[in-house]
Design a binder for this molecule. Structure first.
Ligand code: NAI
Length: 336
């Protein structure tokens, strides 16, 4: 069966890693009709908006997108396309599984974490204003509805995967009302999941414990901002941003994208690691029921990483994006 999927190459390293993944999926024989859509600076030039309605219509139609990173101007310019897309499509879950890959040099070998980040509110509501010159205000919005549905997703996902523990991460000692509501709601949801251990950790302590004893965590659920920061920290435990996938999930549609950004420092140089986007595409294939193709590609990817002869620079290798992509394609063709 052929799938129609929206492809958003994005900018920076986005076009390089998306082309790598499209090539690998093609070699693996997955039949996909890609509907290519522009976002960010590239879209702005053509549509006068960074998040064109054509892109949103495409995802509403196909219900599934694979997305490269999109640059957000710092301190000025258009608001984040990534945040806008998540809000427009109500992609309330940001799922970021983080696990140790074979052959990737890291301090730890036994990481197996799932970060569940609320994706629609918190300090990402984009509600900021200058009260008087020299004083600005950014609003942190936490609602009972969004807190409940993200906690429910985290517990249900934990149960589906046979995971044992959910940790809610917060700062309710300081933000008693906003994070207080988040944590009270998590506790309430936890009461319906007596088979899963529930615990709470204040975000600063959680960061220290994740670095010192990551094996004590299992599934972590948290508001948007902490999720953004903690998932990059966790990426650092398993080899960096080049190897961590992600999925933005809603009721009607799903957008799969790596945790990393557009990496302007290496963009256009054929140096980016396509593994993170490839693993995001494997989450997408599983979401579409293409389990055996996903398993085949994952075996090939892991075999290349484990062998270590072809590795990108972020993993202490010297191979280019295209060389790494060719090695994964060759492993698929060899039926590894
Ligand atoms: P970044 O994730 O783009 O890069 C951080 C560091 O990780 C850089 O040294 C980069 O070279 C490296 N890196 C990232 N991905 C890599 C890969 N696949 N292979 C090898 N090395 C990789 O974060 P940064 O620099 O803070 O953000 C750059 C831009 O990306 C910003 O405009 C930011 O807003 C945007 N961004 C977009 C996201 C998205 O589209 N979902 C997510 C995060 C950031």
């Amino acid at each position: 069966m052929s799938h129609t999927i929206t492809l958003i190459p994005g900018d920076g390293i986005g076009p390089e890693v998306t082309e790598a993944v499209v090539r690998i999926l093609h070699v693996a024989g997955v039949a996909i009709d890609w509907d290519r859509q522009e976002a960010g600076v590239v879209a702005f030039e053509r549509y006068k908006t960074a998040l064109p309605v054509e892109l949103l219509d495409s995802v509403r139609r196909t219900r599934v997108a694979l997305k490269g990173p999109v640059t957000t101007p710092i301190g000025e310019g258009f608001t984040s396309v990534n945040v806008g897309l998540r809000k427009a499509l109500d992609l309330f879950v940001n799922l970021r599984p983080v696990w140790s890959l074979p052959g990737v040099p890291t301090r730890y070998t036994n990481i197996d974490l799932i970060i569940v980040r609320e994706n629609t509110e918190d300090l990402y509501s984009g509600l900021e204003h200058e009260v008087v010159p020299g004083v600005v205000e950014s609003l942190k919005i936490i609602t009972e509805k969004a807190s409940r549905r993200i906690s429910e997703y985290a517990f249900a996902h934990a149960r589906r995967l046979g995971r044992k523990k959910v940790t809610a991460v917060h700062k309710a000692n300081i933000m008693k009302l906003s994070d207080g509501l988040f944590i009270r709601t998590s506790r309430d949801v936890a009461r319906q999941y007596t088979d899963i251990v529930y615990e709470e950790k204040i975000v600063d302590a959680a960061c220290m414990l994740l670095v010192m004893k990551p094996e004590q965590f299992d599934v972590l659920v948290m508001p948007n901002l902490y999720g953004d920061i903690v998932s990059d920290l966790c990426a650092g435990l398993v080899g960096g941003l080049g190897v961590v996938p992600g999925a933005n999930l809603g009721v009607d549609s799903a957008v799969f994208e790596a945790v990393h950004g557009s990496a302007p420092d290496i963009a256009g140089k054929n140096l980016a690691n396509p593994t993170a986007l490839l693993l995001s595409a494997l989450l997408m294939l599983r979401h579409l029921g293409e389990t055996s193709a996903a398993d085949r590609i994952q075996r090939a990817l892991e075999a290349v990483l484990a062998k270590g002869a072809v590795r990108t620079r972020d993993l202490d290798g010297s191979s280019t994006t295209s060389e790494f992509t060719s090695a994964v394609c060759a492993a698929i063709e060899a039926g590894v």
